[in-house]
Design a protein around this ligand. Structure first.
Ligand SMILES: [Zn+2]
Length: 591
């Protein structure tokens, strides 16, 4: 007999209402209907199976691809009072777990696909009561997806052996191809597809050219006191940046696949437990880590694709609180990416060019960044979002077509082998021996740029590289790219963005990542201290005790007793019992 869903939603999770498509998904699962839910990170995916698992008789089997991810979810499930366990190669208690499953003492059992598809596991399930199959990260079942895992293909026979048990597939990113494939592979009818939009409204997007990266990052760190991730492009760069940024006094660590495993694991654990640490890492970091309170994600260079950028920047603000995604790019990122294309087999080159062009459109636009991201995923967003750099302070754009033509001519007339410094020296008639030695002081483009136009040369060069009108040679020189011709002929306009002058951001009404962490507010700080002590006692990260949003609501409402505390969002019965008195004691001096 299913228990009352709204009551369970409040008693276990402390919520009075569902968010977004959660209600629809839970409704289908409770009705026993197979479902594929596409929900962006932060939309509350796991609640969609945890709640039915609590309501239904029997155990929910959760298939998940990464042990680290399973253990994070296990910890969060146990913290709200769900009976959860995992069966993985690193769990020593698997005999006890099997007994608990057979005796009906588990709401949730997490397993990897390799185990789930084994005959011995099917035998185990035959001896227990199964309420639901939840297949997390379901895009792994599809060769179209970005993380294909062949073992996911072996799940279908298991699901089919228990036809009366509902199946729920979940993923955060899947394009149309991948969605269709998941439905077929897991035997879910088309009407079982529920798509929540890709938008992450709490993430503020900002994109800037790199101009003194270390200072730009240091400024970002200074503005955002909460946990953050900086993605660097190479292993060496992660360590160097971590060292430099750490000199500012903030706790900063590095993470990459080449580190010794013990240090790497220690750094990751420290980051998960921390409320203010910055991790400088390669993009491998974050996969399978469910730290909900990351307040900013910065990219020190161009990501590989829009999909990659959406996924990596999406590691910010999983708790739904304000967060920032900041991308720093350089023209050389585009040049390098295009050089790599030449090494690929011809069949893949066109796709890669399109990928880079899409990134070019994102960094060069004067319009809404979010709209560009969402349109990439097939959505039709409004033209402005009010929460990206371009919507908040629209950049001026300047017609630089003439300067661009001069630049391209200079590259052509000097033989397409010199770097930007030489081209600028020729165009501006800078006194320069190399220019004279090469006879470049006698060509028609010598000295044709002067005065204010000189300031346009660098942005023009950047814009031409981004749109593939300029390419770099193996030796770092510049040559004309495939898109140079229409510009030289005057058929195509080149507009460049003049970024708004750096300004001190107004604190008032600024919904930025700092707001989620009102550090300095004495009551909020007292609540954080209380949370930190409870988390340390129990050996869990602070967010497993309560999310920042719950602490903030406590600071605003100042509940004086258990009954008032129970009305705060995010406090279910188990947490009320476990932590209620401690938090009331922390609030009391402020009443
Ligand atoms: Zn916008």
């Amino acid at each position: 007999m299913a228990r009352d869903i709204p009551t369970l939603l409040h008693d276990i999770f402390g919520f009075t209402a569902f968010r977004g498509v959660q209600e629809q998904v839970v409704g289908r699962v409770m009705a026993g209907r197979p479902t594929l839910a596409i929900m962006p990170t932060g939309a509350g995916k796991s609640l969609c199976y945890q709640l039915p698992a609590a309501a239904l008789d029997g155990c929910c089997i959760v298939v998940s691809p990464l042990i680290a991810l399973m253990h994070d979810q296990l910890r969060a499930a146990n913290a709200v009072g769900l009976r959860a366990a995992s069966l993985t190669s690193v769990d020593a208690d698997w005999r006890e777990t099997q007994d608990r499953l057979r005796s009906g003492d588990l709401d949730l059992l997490y397993v990897a696909p390799e185990r789930a598809s084994q005959e011995s596991f099917r035998n185990l399930l035959r001896s227990a009561k199964i309420a639901l199959f939840a297949i997390d990260e379901a895009h792994c079942v599809s060769e179209w997806g970005h993380d294909f895992r062949p073992d996911y293909r072996l799940l279908r026979p298991l699901l089919d052996e228990f036809p009366q048990v509902p199946r729920l597939a979940l993923t955060a990113t899947a394009d149309a191809h991948t969605r269709a494939d998941i439905l077929v592979q897991l035997g879910i009818p088309e009407d079982g597809l529920i798509i929540s939009g890709f938008d992450r409204p709490n993430i503020r997007y900002a994109v800037h050219p790199r101009e003194g990266l270390t200072r730009q990052l240091a400024d970002l760190l200074a503005q955002h006191p909460g946990p953050g991730v900086v993605y660097a492009q190479t292993r060496a760069a992660t360590e160097k940046l971590a060292e430099t940024l750490g000199r500012g006094g903030r706790a900063v660590r590095a993470y990459h696949a080449g580190m010794d495993p013990a240090t790497r694991a220690a750094n990751q654990a420290a980051f998960i437990a921390s409320e203010d640490m910055v991790m400088v890492a390669t993009v491998a970091f974050g996969m399978g880590i469910d730290k909900p309170d990351v307040r900013f994600v910065a990219h020190a260079g161009l990501p590989k694709s829009i999909e990659g950028y959406y996924q990596e920047s999406g590691r910010a603000g999983r708790d739904g609180e304000p967060a920032v995604a900041h991308l720093f790019w350089g023209a050389e990122d585009f040049a390098r990416a295009r050089l790599r294309i030449a090494e690929l087999e011809p069949a893949r080159q066109q796709g890669e060019r399109a990928r880079i062009a899409a990134l070019g459109a994102l960094v060069e636009t004067a319009t809404c960044r979010r709209a560009i991201l969402l349109r990439h995923f097939g959505e039709s967003p409004p033209p402005t979002c009010g929460n990206c750099d371009n919507c908040l302070s629209p950049p001026a754009s300047v017609d630089a077509t003439e300067t661009a033509r001069k630049y391209l001519s200079a590259v052509y007339r000097t033989g397409q082998s010199f770097g930007a410094g030489h081209i600028e020296a020729v165009l501006t008639a800078a006194a320069n021996d190399k220019v004279r030695e090469r006879g470049h002081d006698r060509i028609s483009v010598h000295g044709i740029v002067s005065g204010e136009e000189m300031a346009l040369l660098r942005p023009v060069q950047r814009a031409l590289l981004v749109r593939d009108a300029l390419e770099t040679t193996e030796h770092g020189g510049l040559m004309l790219g495939p898109n140079a011709r229409p510009i030289l002929r005057g058929e195509e306009e080149v507009r460049i963005l003049m970024p708004p002058k750096r300004e001190r951001r107004g604190r008032r009404n600024a919904r930025n990542g700092a707001d989620a962490n009102p550090v300095g507010n004495p009551l909020f700080d007292a609540l954080r201290t209380c949370r930190r002590e409870l988390a340390q006692d129990q050996g869990v990260p602070p967010y497993v005790v309560f999310h920042d949003s719950t602490l903030r609501e406590m600071a605003e409402q100042r509940p004086a007793n258990i009954r008032e505390l129970s009305h705060i969002s995010g406090i279910g019965q188990k947490k009320l019992d476990a932590y209620g008195d401690a938090f009331l004691a922390a609030i009391r001096p402020f009443l």
